[in-house]
Design a protein around this ligand. Structure first.
Ligand code: PMP
Length: 398
């Protein structure tokens, strides 16, 4: 019989040359289980998706009961669907009053596409500004805003009238002008390797956007839903965007994304010509029901409040001669080793010990620590011990 692994390699197209290849049977909490019943601790939450852990029972129930009522009905926005309405209400209740409307889509890339189009439409301008080493998704618009020239070269020509500024550099903000429709920025750069900007930079960016009339869009796809110790990073960092985008952790494992803004800005999606952004499956009721359950789990438990103390535990316990630096905020951390080959070896050594780690798209010299927020202090202690053992093993091989 042909193994599942061989069938996977034969028929399922991949972008990874060396897929992890874990044969998944099921997942629960912070663990993913293979067919033999072995549990792997998911220290990257499927890259920030399973903030409240895999298969949270509240989310599973919400999915089941919504699927039994109705699934897809019509292109988004035509019918009144309780899961969408309740989610938009409960989410915006947790936000500053200017961020009062939610446009549902399917993914982080699509949320950024929608937000960029919204900003162009609202301002009537064309220029879009992003940052070096930014990651915003894989569709053409999102790719145009990516701040890594190497990754983009194969896909040119991309969107015209885009420019990329160095991240965290106040002086270059003068390139944002009255021609700029929007500035798209990750409040903490994820794929660049958890790069945290200064508060001064974010305030200067906010002020520059206000002064020039450019809309400030925060991409919270990776930082959202508690990862930095507040529901969204902008709340922790104290700078309010005009639009922000969400996905990943939003659906507790189900595919969903959104862009959030004011009623005034969102209004222009309807104005002439209509159809500001169309999506067939955006705001899928089953995904919205999952998102609502996820939000309630986050709000009703103390996971977000515990993030800061869990960050400290990782920082205190991950001390090793190979570790040069730990960057990031909350449970969005990059452990810098300064050597890509070494990172690969550590990831492999951890995998062999039942821990899933990975590196960053634009920073292969560091590995990621972004566990489900539900990870316990005991689990952190045990995981840190294992990582230190893996580092010792790799150090011995040098
Ligand atoms: N923005 C950021 C900051 C991301 O990290 C990602 C995904 N890694 C995206 C956008 C794209 O999200 P998706 O893969 O859901 O399209």
């Amino acid at each position: 019989m042909i193994s599942l692994r061989n069938l996977f390699l034969q028929h399922v197209a991949q972008t990874s040359e060396t897929p992890i290849g874990l044969e998944v049977e099921r997942a629960e909490g912070i663990y993913i289980f293979d067919h033999s019943g072995r549990g792997y601790l998911d220290l990257i939450s499927g890259v920030s998706v399973s903030s409240i852990g895999h298969c949270n029972p509240m989310v599973v129930d919400a999915v089941r009961s919504q699927a039994e009522k109705y699934m897809h009905l019509m292109v988004y926005g035509e019918y009144i669907q309780a899961p969408q309405v309740e989610y938009a209400k409960e989410l915006t209740n947790l936000l500053p009053s200017s961020l009062s409307q939610v446009y549902f889509v399917n993914s982080g890339s699509e949320a950024n596409e929608g937000a960029l189009k919204l900003a162009k439409r609202f301002t009537g301008r064309t220029e879009l500004v992003g940052f070096v080493n930014a990651y915003h998704g894989s569709t053409h618009g999102a790719l145009s805003m990516m701040g890594d020239e190497g990754f983009k070269n194969a896909f040119r020509p991309l969107l015209p009238d885009t420019r990329h500024l160095p991240f965290n550099d106040i002086e270059s903000l003068n390139q944002i002008t009255s021609r700029t429709a929007a500035v798209l920025v990750e409040p903490i750069q994820g794929e660049a390797g958890a790069i945290v900007p200064t508060h001064k930079f974010l305030v200067a960016l906010r002020n520059k956007c206000t002064e020039t009339g450019a809309l400030l869009i925060f991409d919270e796809v990776q930082t959202g839903f508690g990862r930095t110790g507040s529901l969204f990073a902008f709340q922790k960092l104290g700078v309010v965007p005009d639009i922000f985008t969400i996905a990943k952790g939003m659906g507790g494992g189900m595919p969903i994304g959104a862009f959030v803004s004011s009623k005034e800005i969102m209004e222009c999606l309807k104005s002439n010509p209509i159809l500001g952004h169309i999506t067939t499956f955006g705001g899928h009721p089953v995904s919205c029901a999952a998102a609502l359950a996820t939000l309630r789990v986050l709000v009703e438990n103390s996971y977000i409040e515990e993030v800061d103390s869990k960050e400290i535990l990782f920082r205190e316990q991950l001390i090793h001669p190979l570790i040069k630096e730990i960057r990031g905020i909350g449970l969005l951390l990059a452990v810098e080793l300064g050597d890509a080959a070494m990172v690969q070896k550590v990831i492999r050594a951890c995998f062999d010990r039942g821990i899933i780690l990975d590196w960053f798209l634009f920073c292969d010299t560091a590995f990621r620590i972004a566990p489900p927020l539900i990870i316990t202090k005991e689990q952190i202690a045990s995981v840190c011990k294992t990582i230190l053992e893996a580092l010792d093993e790799v150090n011995g091989q040098l």
